[in-house]
Design a binder for this molecule. Structure first.
Ligand SMILES: CC(C)(COP(=O)(O)OP(=O)(O)OC[C@H]1O[C@@H](n2cnc3c(N)ncnc32)[C@H](O)[C@@H]1OP(=O)(O)O)[C@@H](O)C(=O)NCCC(=O)NCCS
Length: 189
């Protein structure tokens, strides 16, 4: 949950560029407890330090500075950040491979969880990917990560397979898969 209660009215947004704009504005409106100062926008290499700080607080230090630089610098790797003033409180990144979005990371600062921000970020990233021609979205989630599995399930992802002992700690990864865009309503997941 956000550290401060938000106003009942629609929160203000700085929309992301491109196709994520509408999803971002709608998402911020739906995130009823989001503080009015939240701003959603594309991540760039200038956000490296902020991403590293959020990586430490939300993910326990997942990626190095070099890995974050690669994530932020490549054109085929869309990334969105959610800011409260100068602080990055959430992010979602992916990698566009032909017509698939491979979601590489979704994270919300622990003080801001269960306020709809993870959903907002993921929906905005999916909208961005659809606008750039993606028809499917996929990712791996740890078998013991109930919060993330619940988030992906709530957004229509289905488990398409298991990668045994995928993570360094020996945990299995569940492969999540979803059609997105116009083809999302055409039948199979
Ligand atoms: C997973 C994560 C991004 C969710 O962010 P969040 O902002 O708390 O999620 P939201 O508030 O948008 O939740 C959306 C839905 O997801 C589900 N959900 C999210 N967190 C949940 C939890 N802890 N327990 C059960 N369901 C949960 C719920 O269905 C929720 O809808 P509801 O609040 O209406 O019930 C956040 O917990 C996080 O940053 N975790 C650490 C990083 C991580 O594991 N990332 C994913 C792997 S890269």
């Amino acid at each position: 949950m956000p550290s401060e209660p938000g106003p009942p009215a629609q929160p203000a947004a700085t929309p992301a560029h491109g196709p994520a704009r509408d999803a971002a504005a709608e998402g911020l409106a739906r995130a009823a407890s989001a503080p009015s100062s939240l701003q959603l926008g594309p991540l760039t290499p200038a956000d490296l330090e902020a991403c590293l700080a959020l990586d430490t607080s939300a993910l326990g230090g997942l990626w190095s500075a070099q890995q974050w630089h690669t994530e932020l610098a490549a054109a085929e790797r869309p990334g969105l950040g959610l800011w409260q003033g100068p602080g990055l409180v959430g992010l979602a990144c992916g990698w566009l491979v032909v017509d698939e979005l491979h979601i590489t990371v979704v994270a919300v600062h622990p003080a801001h969880r269960r306020g709809g921000l993870g959903r907002l970020l993921l929906e905005a990233l999916l909208a961005e990917a659809v606008g750039r021609g993606a028809h499917h979205a996929t990712l791996e989630v740890a078998a013991d990560n109930g919060a993330a599995q619940a988030l992906y399930g709530a957004l229509g992802f289905q488990t398409a397979g298991v990668r045994r002992r995928y993570y360094r700690n020996g945990q299995d990864a569940l492969i999540q898969w979803r059609r997105i865009g116009q083809e999302a309503s055409s039948g199979d997941p």
